[in-house]
Design a protein around this ligand. Sequence first.
Ligand code: ZN
Length: 355
Amino acid sequence: MSNQNKTELLTTADFLKLSCANEWSLAEPFSFDVTASDIVIKVTVLDTGIIIFEPDCKTTQDIVLSSAVHGNETAPIEICNDLITQLIKGKIALKQRVLFLFGNPASINIGKRFVEENLNRLFSGAHSELSPDGSTLINKERARAKTLEDAVRDFYQQGEKISAQRDRCHYDLHTAIRGSKNDKFAVYPFQHGKPRKKEQLLFLKQCGITTILLSHSPTTTFSYFSVNEFEADAFTIELGKVKPFGENNMEDFTAIKATLLNLISGNDLSLGEYIAEDFEIFEIYQTINREAEDFRLNFADDVENFTSFSIDSILVFDGDKEVKTKKEGEAIIFPNADVSIGQRALLTVTPTHIE
Ligand code: ZN
């Protein structure tokens, strides 16, 4: 089987196709070499949706680029698959180690956010929490979350063997369910008191992202996992509104595609100076979980992310409870009434700045 998969990948250079044809696992891992501008690149396919590229030159960075943690968020999948295809064809002179992950190929196939459970709530061990009957890894997404965690861990640990001082980054690429007043934005996970890095914000600016959302608590997202366990510079990056394959205007993504290509190629990123006015920075203020069966949002479906409400506005009816804004300038983000009880239905954010 693996020879067949390898032959197919070498012929098509389409890792997305191979991953979607093998929804939850590949029969066997396999590897091969490609050469680009005299650099020999070892390509290792560890499992479905999990592919590593390692150049034989001296590397200083271990880069993780993930997409399809939500299967219907197609633009990031197309961006990553395009880079993977070019790498397999030997068209990119890679200078750093890079791990690409397609999070949830089965959900890509059905064009849905997830199959049974939101994968981006299952990291940092949440996948192995006991269900009421005492069983673990109760669905395929939970098993997949563990597989993805293991892939990231092994990738970073392999890097450590190459040299002690390495930069680790992980950009987890998404698109949002609804439109946003700020088209592209990034969630900067909780840092446990460590300073936020302006250099990373400048990198995001180069990608066309100047709206940043600071998270102030641990979560079960993929990006926080990489921050917390590996001290990676990791972000959840939202690249606009979710659209089906073929309907994305790829010109919207020129900046991020070019910047990611420069990153993995070791090119000078020319990040420039940090100017506070270039950024809109928010911090999470309220996390609103759904608690009752009878739950609804008190605003229309087309209200965009980062829309602000006046103080004391009712945002949510949750059973008998009303949840209101408490602060001037408080804006909504990621509203989704269609979540299970106990899950996050909405965040609110307020403007802030970084030191
Ligand atoms: Zn997403």
